[in-house]
Each structure stands twice: as structure tokens, then as C-alpha cells.
Design a protein around this ligand. Sequence first.
Ligand SMILES: Cc1cc2nc3c(=O)[nH]c(=O)nc-3n(C[C@H](O)[C@H](O)[C@H](O)COP(=O)(O)OP(=O)(O)OC[C@H]3O[C@@H](n4cnc5c(N)ncnc54)[C@H](O)[C@@H]3O)c2cc1C
Length: 412
Amino acid sequence: MKADTIVLGAGIVGVSIAIHLAMRGRSVVLVDRRPPGEETSYGNSGVVGRSGVLPMSFPRSFSQFARVVRQRYPGARYHATALPGLAPWLYAYWRASEPSRMTESARRLAPLLASAVDEHAYLAGLAGAEHFYRDGGWMKVYRSEAAFAAARAQVETAKAHGVVVEVLDAAETLAAEPHLAPIVRGATLWTQLRSVSDPGGVVKTTAALLPRYDARFVSGDARSLRPDGRSWSVDTAEGVVTASSAVVALGPWSLDVLRPLGYRLPLAVKRGYHMHYGAAGNATLGRPVLDEERGYVITPMAKGIRLTTGSEFARRDAPPSPVQLEVAERDAGELFPLAGRREAAPWMGFRPCFPDMRPVVGAAPRHPGLWLAFGHQHSGFTLGPPTGRLLAELMTGGDTFVDPAPFDPARF
Ligand SMILES: Cc1cc2nc3c(=O)[nH]c(=O)nc-3n(C[C@H](O)[C@H](O)[C@H](O)COP(=O)(O)OP(=O)(O)OC[C@H]3O[C@@H](n4cnc5c(N)ncnc54)[C@H](O)[C@@H]3O)c2cc1C
């Protein structure tokens, strides 16, 4: 089988790239070992947009750092055995989280993030996926007066960056989300965001667009990718596919393909868990809600109320250790009337993260025809469609709608 481009990975990033390339006249084969949208792009919180002003950084204040080190902050945990291997990455992350560097990184990421809601709407309109999306933004709730005061201060920074945020007192919070328990001092409501009821469904529905173009999905193992003269080849269930270009969009598995080609990119994963619950009585939730001090999100999904945890620093392939989920389940039960668990075991996924908190989107430095698009950390569902457009524009040689320089893989 011959094509112009092989896209490896059918998460939100790979599917968006495949569609954007196909719309520009490229023949595309999208390869994944699973059907589209069944890994990280399935299990996330479904938030689309700028959910904060600064990216998720390494704690720089001593008290915050000490809470994490003592495993007292449920939003971040670690496996001690993973620390030696993670140390160089953690050090680079700590350096990149220095306030002026982090602000600069956020400034460079902002144009891609700011385009996300529109880029999602564009693909959803083409694919007939609008029904998954809802307005209403997302809400961060605060249990203590001190945390609420700090949040109010952040709002001013957000406004200076052009982000619309409303501050709600306790009564206004309960008016917006009537089934939250009256234990919150207040909330911030980030109104420009959207959210989805089934992130995996969004990816599958978008991938179903492929046959409308010269593009198709094929099952295969991306680790069989190899240079083949001036082309790239990969083994699939339908035979060998050969193309003049290949895109690695394998999210947290991207280095499985790139290491054998000699790339040493500083990608680590922050693991996360989810579980679905019923809602007791007639309780409903209108939007994703972040319990900021306890570090988890509850969000209304097609399968029930999805509780997603914060970050777990561990080896990607270490067995699950869903301690955070157990703590978050207790905390979330105080905030919202959760009924029983709907699954036997928690889902576990991996946020693919570079220390500078930006993805790579661009040409691989040493292999002509090889392109990279991964490492979107906590915002990969949001950034999938704009990444797809940006990479397709780079690969087809047109003007790009945002500056690609901040995402150049050659920066490492
Ligand atoms: C708990 C949690 C909550 C999150 N919440 C949000 C949120 O609310 N909003 C947001 O914007 N982002 C969120 N994220 C981040 C976001 O989900 C990810 O950044 C994003 O889904 C990554 O997409 P991807 O396409 O790069 O990777 P993936 O969706 O993981 O896709 C990679 C694909 O590669 C395939 N693959 C891997 N290895 C091979 C192989 N050898 N051969 C063939 N195929 C292979 C996999 O099967 C998979 O389909 C969250 C993440 C987590 C873990």
C-alpha cells in the first residue's frame, strides 16, 4: 500500500493531523494498534480551552513543595522508586517553572491555546460531532478563604491576558451548580471554555471523516516504522504501508518509535486515573468542576460523573497505584452527592510532558520526511485540533496560522 503520509497514533492529535492533511489533498494512512480515541484522548476530563493562564508547573514555594514531598497534596504523588530515573527531567521542569521562564513559555503557547475552541468547532462541524460539546465553561471551587483570596488575585492576571473569568461568591456558586454541597467559599468561572460529554466519542466521530477523503485507518504496530530509502514503511494488518512522510503522534508512547532512531527527547509522563459514578437522587452537574485545594476534577460525562485525578510521577509502565483516586473519591463525595462506582477498576492514562511545558510540533531534526507532534501535557485534548492544522500547514508548505517556532523539536 502506498500513501503520501503515514500518521502513527489515532488519539485526538493524530486524527486531527490526518484530517487536516487529507483536506489538503494528501493521501493518508492513519495507524494505531487500537481503534481511534481509546487511550489518553478517551480518559481525560474533556475540558477544551485555556483552563488557566500559566501551564501546570513544578511547585516553587517551599510550603507547596514540602506538601508534595511528604505526599500530603492529593493533586500530585510520586513513586519513590521512579525518582532516580526522573531526576534529570524533574530538574529541567523545576528550572523551566521559574516564574519569568514559565510566563514566557505560557506567552509562546498562548496563540495555539487561544485558537482551540474554534479549531474544535471547525472539525466538529465537519464531522457532526457538535452534540458532544457544551458551553458553560469550567469552574474552580475553593473551600478556604485563603485559597479563594489567592484565586481572586490570579483573576487579575488572567484578565491581563485577555481571559474572561468571573468570581462567584458562595451563593452564586450554588446558584450556578445547585447540587454542590455548601462547603465552598466561592469559585472562579472560566466562561470561554467548552467541555465534552465523551472525549473518545469526539475522536471516533472525527476519525469517521477519513473515508470522505483519500484517507483511511489501518490497524498496526507503530514500532515497525523504518526508513526505506527515501520513504518510510510500517507493518499493518493490511500489509506494508510505504509513504514519503511519516508523523509520530503517539502521545506518551512516542519515544518507543523515536529512541531506536536515535532521538533522546526529554519526555516524561504524569499519570492520572479516572472512575465514573452515578449521581444520588436527582443531582446534576452542569460543567467540569476543579476542587483546587484537593487536586481533582469532577465532570459530567455520558457514562456518569467522571472523577479525574491529578498527577502521579511514576514509570509509565509501572503497575497502577490509584491512591489518589481513593483520596479524591472521599473529597469529591463531600462536594457532590456521588452514588456508586460504575466500573470495576479505575482507568489509568499518561499525560505526555516536556519540561518546558510545550509540545513538539514540527520536523524531526535528523530524518527528512519524519514529523513529530506530541507532548501536550495537561492540555492535549484541547490542543489536538490546532496541532493538526499547524502540522498540516507546515508539511504542505503553506503559511501557518500561528508561529511554529515555540514548538520546534530542534529546541532539545
Ligand atoms: C487524567 C487526565 C485528564 C486530562 N484532562 C484533560 C482535559 O480536560 N483537557 C485537555 O485538553 N487535556 C487533558 N488531558 C491531556 C490529554 O488527554 C492528552 O494530552 C491527549 O489526549 C494526548 O493525545 P494524543 O493524541 O497525543 O495521545 P493519545 O490519545 O494517547 O493517542 C496515542 C495513540 O497512540 C497509540 N499507540 C501507542 N503505541 C502504539 C504502537 N506501538 N502502535 C500503534 N499505536 C500505538 C495509542 O493506542 C493511542 O491511540 C488529560 C490527561 C489525563 C491523563
